[in-house]
Structures are given as structure tokens and as C-alpha cells.
Write a protein that binds this ligand. Structure first.
Ligand code: GLN
Length: 278
């Protein structure tokens, strides 16, 4: 019978051969899922022999991961800013950079009782993390995709966040009221990049990724309109593509925003524009 350690080593080399990045970490996550334990708990039971009833479902998962199905979809969950969110093909898989955006907002907006709007909420990770981090605020989450909204609703329920509003809207079309903060991680990938992207990205809804030839179509539409939905002194916070900072800055200036600052992500990429309503 194979031990936990032998199984991890074997699975990691299987995934490596199939060009899965971080093969060993992927393997550990999959084994932990089948054993219903945490990844760290694997390290305390390296010698444990594994029965066929564990190995059979594990082989299935490994096969799928080797074919390029994203780890987060196989686990059915993603850890984001300290909480576990359901993750499947209904929404974009949350990216680690986006946690940085949430962190920056929580630092930037010390006030209480804020009106917060998340546009293009996807699985809900940004808006729901803010609702959890600022329980006295009122958070509204909108998306054009009914699938994404369903996922957001499930995540809100799972996290016990009953005090949020979730509804369908194409950008701000169905939104009323004015906000202290509008946050948006809209689709920003140029359509032409589809052919060269990592195979895992084929499992993200394309509606959540692409936005015209230069990836800027939705941002160009959204930024001027967002200005009118902010209270005086209110903030807009965005996530954008690696080479879009100067265009987005221009668009923010033309729309009347002040205090424009494009903050860097941990890789040093100008990723998060923050701008204030006059
Ligand atoms: N960061 C994602 C990617 O490059 C894109 C997310 C988005 O378009 N908002 O895969």
C-alpha cells in the first residue's frame, strides 16, 4: 500500500509531466480534499498507508487537473482574504492580487456606515469581503450574469452575510442611489490574448475576462458613469490590466476625478487605480 508521502511524490511528478505549475502544492491540496483534512495535516501523517477507496477518487482528480481543469474548480472552494468562497465555472476564479485590493480599501476607508457598491461582482469575493470587514456598512453587489449572481448569493449565505443587496445590472444600468465607495474588477483582458493564455483560463467565463480589442471597452464606459453615482468625497477603486494604468488615469481625469493614484500590486504592476469624487 502506498503511503501519504509516496502518493504525494507520485502525484506531483504526474502533474509536473503535464505542465501543471506548483505541481506538489496542487497534489497536496487534492489529497487533503480526498482525506477531508487540511494540507498542513498531511505533514503529520506522511507514513499513513492509503486505501484504494482514497486512491481511486484521487486518481480521478489528478487526471482532471492534468487535463487543465483549475485546482479551485476541483476543490470547489477558494480561500480569499481569510474566508472560504464557493468557486466554480459560474464566476471568475478569484486572483490573489484582488485580495490586495480588498486590503487597500479596508485601510483607505476608515469611516462607519458606508454605502459600498461592487460592480461586476462575479463570485462576490470583493463586496462580500468588504461586508464582512465592515459590518456596519451597507454593501450592494451587481453583475450582468445571473450565474455569477447565484454564486454571490450562495457565498453571502455561506458566510452569514444577510445584510447585502444583490441584483442584476449591466454595469450601473439598474443601480440607484449614491455611494461612498464603488469598487470594480471588470473584465479587462484584450480579446486577442485568448489564444495565448494559460489553459486554466478557458474555465473562467469569457464574459468575465474579455473587453474589446484593448481590454478597455468596459472601463471606458464605466468610469465616466461611475462618477455620477459617488457622493462628494466618495472613492472609486479599480483593478486593471498590467499595461492600462496611463489610459485609465486619463479616463479618470476626463471624468472629473481627483486624487488619482494607481497603486502597485505585490509584483510591482500598477494595478489598482484609486480616485476621488470632487
Ligand atoms: N486578472 C485576470 C487575468 O488576467 C483578469 C481578471 C479581469 O479581467 N478582471 O486572468
Amino acid at each position: 500500500m502506498k503511503s501519504v508521502l509516496e502518493t504525494i511524490n507520485g502525484g506531483a511528478s504526474y502533474l509536473e509531466k503535464r505542465e501543471v505549475e506548483d505541481a506538489r502544492r496542487n497534489m497536496e491540496h487534492l489529497l487533503a480534499k480526498v482525506l477531508e483534512c487540511s494540507r498542513m495535516q498531511l505533514y503529520t501523517q506522511f507514513d499513513r498507508p492509503l486505501e484504494e477507496e482514497v486512491l481511486a477518487p484521487l486518481r480521478e482528480l489528478l487526471k482532471k487537473r492534468g487535463e487543465g481543469i483549475p485546482l479551485q474548480h476541483l476543490l470547489g472552494e477558494v480561500h480569499f482574504h481569510g474566508r472560504d468562497f464557493t468557486c466554480d465555472g459560474r464566476g471568475l476564479i478569484p486572483r490573489p492580487e484582488t485580495e490586495e485590493l480588498v486590503e487597500m480599501i479596508l485601510k483607505q476607508m476608515p469611516g462607519e456606515g458606508l454605502q459600498i457598491l461592487d460592480v461586476g461582482c462575479g463570485s462576490g469575493v470583493i463586496g462580500l469581503s468588504l461586508a464582512a470587514g465592515k459590518p456596519d456598512s451597507h454593501v450592494t453587489l451587481v453583475d450582468i450574469s445571473e450565474d455569477a449572481l447565484e454564486l454571490t448569493r450562495e457565498n453571502a449565505e455561506k458566510l452569514g452575510l444577510g445584510h447585502v443587496d444583490i441584483f442584476q445590472s449591466n454595469l450601473l444600468d439598474q443601480v440607484t442611489g449614491s455611494f461612498d465607495l464603488i469598487v470594480a474588477n471588470l473584465p479587462y483582458v484584450p480579446e486577442g490574448e485568448a489564444a495565448t493564455m494559460a489553459r486554466e483560463l478557458a474555465y473562467d467565463p469569457s464574459l468575465a475576462l474579455f473587453s474589446g480589442v484593448d481590454g478597455m471597452d468596459l472601463l471606458r464606459r464605466f468610469i465616466p458613469v461611475a462618477y455620477g453615482f459617488l457622493k462628494p468625497g466618495g472613492w472609486l477603486a479599480l483593478e486593471i490590466g498590467y499595461d492600462q494604468a496611463s489610459q485609465v488615469r486619463l479616463c479618470l481625469e476626463r471624468s472629473g476625478f481627483t486624487e488619482i493614484e494607481v497603486r502597485k500590486d505585490l509584483s510591482g504592476i500598477a494595478r489598482f487605480p484609486f480616485a476621488q469624487h470632487q
